[in-house]
Design a protein around this ligand. Sequence first.
Ligand code: PEP
Ligand code: MN
Length: 334
Amino acid sequence: MVIIMEVNANDLQIKNVIEQIHLKGLKPHISTGEERTIIGVIGDDRKLQEANFKTLPGVENVFRILKPYKLVSREFKRDSTIIHINGVSIGNGHRVVIAGPCAVESGEQILKSAQIVKSYGANILRGGAFKPRTNPYTFQGLGIDGLKLLQKAKQETGLPIVTEVLEASDVELVSEYADILQIGTRNMQNYQLLKAAGRIRKPILLKRGMSATLQEFLMSAEYILSEGNQQVILCERGIRTFVEYTRNTLDLNIVPVIKKLSHLPVIVDPSHGTGRTDIIIPMSLASLAAGADGLMVEVHPEPEKSVSDADQTLSPAQFGELMEKTKKLINIFN
Ligand code: PEP
Ligand code: MN
């Protein structure tokens, strides 16, 4: 349920509504706009009567959001969310390019990667320190040492960093280093992790589960927002289909559909979405044309030496070409 306060509602009237919500055993979510305050009711509000709130002083309107996701929906928040990270903005026309290797392999590798992607105009550096690998016998990431190397690369280049967190118990640790915490496809429905991510105050990059429906994807984001963290960036990264010529099928349909249903920024990862360097550039351009607020791509100083995902990792020259074409396309939009 959403309670819209009158433009001139005073603090006492707002406090009263909040108290009434608490009395029903539910949680209020207060969003203070320039004009008016909107109060969302979080929890199972099925037993609440709109009429109980409509008659309270200072209340203009009360309505129910019928979809199961509430806080992420455009019904709850009409204006697109913009996320600010160290001078970089994402959402509502602010587009970003996140680039870097699949995994942090060494100090030299991540620093070189950072310098390369920065020189071509990337806004944010990526690199996995904790890697969720399908095969337990392959490289699992450098862990905390990897986080420290990312931090060093950030200090040297000024690029904010995004890195994956695999477990709820690591959220605090990773948030000490990362500017954005990534939750990967395999963890999109790890509810303990989502809740822990909801309790911190850093942006979360939530990747779509490889078999997740649109609704499941948005419900996972709702977990994060319902814990109080409003800064979620959604990321389409391809889904499992019957096709065998790509690693995954990049579902670009979801971009404009999410934009309709949700105020959250949406980016696309054509690296994992295709698994093939030869089609990353066209699919990146297609993602932006579909309305994505940015891209996340894997880039390595020497892709053939990449310890993971070498087949989908762009070389510095390929990344340069991608950035050149991306800038031209964005100029058309602007
Ligand atoms: C990644 O971006 O490093 C990653 C592991 O991606 P995904 O979770 O989409 O497979
Ligand atoms: Mn990868």
